[in-house]
Design a protein around this ligand. Structure first.
Ligand code: AMP
Length: 249
């Protein structure tokens, strides 16, 4: 099932409306993915969205989309946020919470959602709980992907992203057929600013500070499942489905 919308409401916010298909999933699945950068969360998010028909909502994608806009049309708050992102630091809670709060229609959407990269702190998780209560929806599950730190560093520093279509490659594990060019669209492959070695270290430190308490927050609500991200993506996906089964029935 691939019912994904064009994500306009999420990426642009404000009054932007998604182009939706006439087909809806049998029910709205609502989930959150946790995991350090480089654990393959984005790939799993895509597979899960295809399976459950929900929208992939990544706060990182909102910031990256804003980075491509003419700076004159970017709000001062968003410009501040982009500064944090470029240094590999977390954007302050109040900015991210406002950004999600402006997109409540995405939480209520009949397609359901899969949050990727949000919440990242307990403060964000608590505000998200309040937003769910406000719009009257219930979260189904939270998946946490686990991987040793050195493996994360190896994966991220070799990652290359297509400027054209966003496809990702790895210099060793998944090289493109022609060096520097995307197999799918021929676009230029580049290394994301936040995938450079120094920035990765900062991002991992930031992640470790908040990951434990965040997992505890959802464990207490009986919503958390932990899945090893060590295997190839199809196997990790199978393990994810197995782990989710008791929570989605
Ligand atoms: P991601 O694509 O999720 O790795 O996010 C890329 C960058 O965007 C992060 O390194 C942060 O600077 C920023 N960011 C994305 N989501 C959040 C969040 N929930 N809280 C704080 N910063 C975030």
């Amino acid at each position: 099932m691939n019912l994904s919308t064009d994500h306009a409401a999420w990426l642009k916010g404000g009054t932007a409306e998604c182009h939706k298909l006439d087909v809806y999933p049998e029910r709205a699945y609502r989930m959150i993915l946790l995991g350090a950068p480089g654990t393959g969360k984005g790939t799993q998010a895509q597979l899960l969205c295809e399976r459950f028909g929900c929208c992939h909502l990544s706060t990182g994608d909102v910031f990256r989309a804003a980075k491509c806009v003419d700076p004159q049309n970017v709000s001062p708050v968003m410009q501040r946020a982009l500064g944090y992102m470029q240094r590999g630091e977390l954007v302050p809670d109040e900015i991210v919470i406002d950004l999600v709060g402006e997109r409540l229609t995405c939480l209520k959407c009949d397609y359901g959602f899969l949050f990727d990269g949000f919440p990242r702190t307990v403060a964000q998780a608590e505000c998200l709980d309040q937003m769910f209560a406000k719009v009257g929806i219930v979260l189904d599950a939270v998946v946490s992907y686990e991987l040793p730190t050195q493996e994360v560093i190896d994966r991220l520093s070799g990652r290359r992203t297509c400027r054209g279509c966003g496809a990702t490659y790895h210099v060793k594990n998944k090289p493109s057929l022609r060096e520097g060019a995307c197999d799918a669209c021929g676009g230029e492959l580049y290394q994301r600013v936040d995938d450079k070695a120094e920035t990765i270290r900062v991002r991992l430190q930031e992640y470790e500070k908040t990951a434990g308490p965040l997992r505890d927050h959802y464990r207490c609500k009986n919503l958390l499942v932990c899945v090893s991200a060590a295997d190839a993506p199809p196997r990790v996906f199978e393990q994810t489905l197995e782990a989710l089964q008791p929570l989605l029935t």
